[in-house]
Write a protein that binds this ligand. Structure first.
Ligand code: FEO
Length: 136
């Protein structure tokens, strides 16, 4: 039985190579987190993967936000709010996990998966038509 949590689908691509590569990397990290979760590996290892997820998410959001700024994307403000909300949520969860107040659950794994895929397929896809004629 496959233990892959998220299978990349070509329909997730936004057509900007650097962004698609970063989205795939985020999916890879989430799959790694899921595998460790299912294997019931130590909280320390889970915390490490969650930190990698947080750091890479911040890096990726920063890249998108630079593109928005450089090209004057009109929906940038709303998009940044979504990014900010997600980072706040995973930071809060990481703090609870590190202090032993909570554990990783299927519910949280599903939240992470659904948020990421909804964001990539929704708000991220929404900027494709704006960037299509820009030289990226
Ligand atoms: Fe690819 Fe807006 O995050």
């Amino acid at each position: 039985m496959s233990r892959v949590f998220i299978l990349w689908n070509e329909s997730y691509n936004v057509g900007i190579t650097t962004i698609d590569t970063q989205h795939k990397k985020l999916v890879d990290i989430l799959n790694e987190l899921y595998e460790s979760f299912v294997d019931q590996t130590s909280g320390q290892k889970l915390s490490g993967i969650l930190k990698e997820l947080t750091d890479y998410t911040v890096y990726h959001f920063g890249n998108e936000e630079q593109l928005f700024q450089k090209h004057g994307y009109p929906q940038a403000k709303e998009h940044l709010e979504e990014h900010k909300g997600f980072i706040a949520r995973i930071n809060a969860f990481s703090a609870e996990l590190n202090s032993g107040k909570t554990k990783l659950t299927f519910q949280l794994m599903n939240y992470l998966k659904n948020w990421l895929l909804n964001h990539i397929c929704g708000s991220d896809q929404a900027y494709v038509s704006y960037f299509i004629d820009k030289e990226l």
